[in-house]
Design a protein around this ligand. Structure first.
Ligand code: AHR
Length: 554
């Protein structure tokens, strides 16, 4: 039945001339329906974990010092040293989880440097210091350790997120990991480290549940082979302190593959289960990282040469980036399938704890900020598309963290001194927060494919994709229209219910390069419109190059 419906959906001719009347009654628009979104109420896919709406803050250039942390004595409004405007904005995105301190930085970090009286904390050479430019402040080169475990947990509490800490596997012994867990989680008065925590004002345990065991251990995190890493992973996690009965408080996340590197997933799990199936028990997730960076249109796979420009791009670059981003869906399915060979019950989830586009330097709002880029409408569509992918695979993806929250790659916010702005990506997260904890539903999107010229050759990209989730009587549907050619008149149908009313939130701009800056903070921001319901369905023009959210009462 589903197949037949899919067949029908492919023939967009069947969509024309449905005889509806809409308030979008410009003669042109009223002529035909070009696309359909069909929500299948009786095909639930699973609950969308709020944790897939997670974030990542690394001690990297302007992310922590300037972005998150301004200091308690700062003239910039702050709550316990953290930029207040950031906290206020984050409430709108309902961030379920935040990962810290890296990234590559994690495997050079000694958590002990970041606890105790702030004035006694040492200054250390930051992992990223080599890439800092002369105009960068010293705090970016030499870590002042003012934002450590206590401040991070306090920040998480202020924004309502769970902390996710990444342990150092490359340059510290396993004992340091053990002690960090002890510092965070041992009960009041129980250990010397619990006393140290209490002396800093944190009597109650932090109860940190999510722990990364290294980061990108195939690269900056130790340059291991999958087998070598699996052995280290086993050693680091063989015995960690636990303060609950039964002992199930720790969710350990193993460093996983980059992109399509199936060999890492298979090699790691093969080595782990080689010692016995029970070895899988402690692993909550396998981290997968995917950055979309190669905009060379097939000319090179060189990391430096292949990157594109964040602001100066054409229509082909637009689709090129989206192509790279959409490949994440195949990676999720491909790694999942391979994980199933070793873990047939699929106890281990995928944790996509770094994702986003990565451009060449030059668009940063704060001169000298390494890896900072200025997100445009292209990144908004990329981000909506990515969150929709996660929503469509709720059984596979347990956590996802956008890289990174502020002053970095696919940032939601940019800040410098007392200046702050929300990027188009930040608006997408605020829109998509409505999906959290909903029941993901299979949804069919049918729209004419986009044909375009890619350096003299015909290329194609799909016309419309998205996701849907049910929250009692409310249905949340999000979609991206990647077409730079204009709107697509779309009919929304819910199989198994009638739509009674609804509203649309639309993020779009006539300029595909549109972005916000400190001076022009509102160039890209969403608008909300009521939807006209006709006979239980809705017909709605989804603008070109846009991200939309529909809230439908059924
Ligand atoms: O997000 C920037 C860097 O990208 C991270 O530190 C690292 O894990 C990845 O390679």
């Amino acid at each position: 039945m589903v197949l037949r419906r899919r067949e029908f959906l492919r023939t967009t001719a069947g969509l024309a001339g449905l005889g509806w009347v809409s308030r979008y009654s410009s003669p042109l628009f009223a002529q035909k329906v070009e696309a359909r979104i069909e929500v299948l109420l009786d095909e639930p896919l699973g609950i969308i974990s709020p944790n897939i709406y997670g974030h990542f803050i690394e001690n990297l250039s302007g992310v922590i010092y300037d972005g998150v942390w301004v200091g308690r004595d700062s003239k910039i409004l702050n709550i316990n040293g953290v930029r207040k405007e950031l906290i206020d904005e984050m409430h709108k995105i309902r961030p379920a989880i935040v990962r810290f301190p890296g990234g590559c930085f994690a495997d050079s970090y000694n958590w002990r440097d970041g606890i105790g009286p702030p004035e006694n904390r040492p200054r250390r050479t930051n992992f990223w210091h080599g890439g800092e430019r002369p105009e960068a402040p010293n705090a970016h080169r030499y870590d002042p350790n003012q934002f450590g475990t206590n401040e991070f947990v306090q920040f998480c509490r202020a924004v309502g997120a769970e902390p996710y800490l990444a342990a150092n596997l490359r340059s510290l012994p396993a004992e340091a990991f053990y002690r960090w867990v002890e510092y965070c989680n041992s009960p009041t008065g129980s250990t010397t480290l619990a006393d140290e925590r209490a002396a800093a004002g944190f009597k109650d345990p932090f109860n940190v549940r999510y722990w990364g065991v290294g980061n990108e251990s195939w690269g900056c995190g130790g340059n291991f082979t999958a087998q070598e890493y699996a052995i280290e992973y086993r050693r680091f996690t063989a015995w960690l302190p636990c303060y609950t009965h039964p002992c199930n408080e720790l969710n350990l996340i193993a460093s996983g593959p980059n992109d399509h590197e199936w060999e890492w997933t298979e090699g790691f799990l093969e080595e782990i289960v080689g010692k016995g199936k029970d070895q899988l028990r402690g692993i909550y997730g396998l981290a997968l990282h995917h950055y979309a960076w190669n905009l060379s249109r097939g000319k090179t796979s060189d990391w430096e040469k292949g990157k594109g420009n964040a602001l100066d791009f054409d229509r082909v670059d637009w689709y090129e980036l989206l192509h790279q981003g959409e490949s994440l869906e195949g990676m999720i399915s491909g790694h999942w399938e391979r994980m199933g060979k070793f873990d047939p019950e699929h106890r281990i989830k995928l944790v996509v704890d770094e994702w986003g586009p990565w451009y060449r330097p030059g668009s940063e709002l704060t001169p000298g900020d390494q890896l900072e880029q200025l997100p445009t409408m292209r990144d908004a569509v990329f981000s909506g598309m990515t969150l929709d992918i996660f929503n469509r695979h709720p059984e596979k993806v347990g956590i996802a963290c956008c890289a990174q929250l502020i002053n970095c790659l696919n940032s939601l916010y940019l800040a410098h001194e007392d200046k702050f702005c929300i990027t188009p990506v930040g608006h997408v997260f605020a829109m998509y927060a409505a999906h959290q904890a909903g029941q993901s539903l299979r949804t069919e999107f049918s729209a004419p494919a986009i044909n375009y010229d890619r350096d003299g050759k015909q290329a194609r990209f799909w016309g419309l994709k998205g996701s849907a989730s049910l929250h009692g009587k409310e249905l949340v549907v999000t979609a991206v229209n990647p077409s730079v050619n204009g709107q697509v008149a779309t009919q929304v149908i819910v199989h198994g219910a009638k739509i009674n009313s609804g509203e649309a939130t639309i993020l779009s701009s006539a300029d595909i390069r549109a972005h916000n800056t400190f001076e022009e903070r509102g160039m890209v921001s969403p608008t909300i419109e009521p939807l006209k319901v006709n006979g239980g369905s809705v017909i709605f023009p989804i603008p070109g190059a846009s991200v939309v959210k529909l809230r439908l009462q059924i």
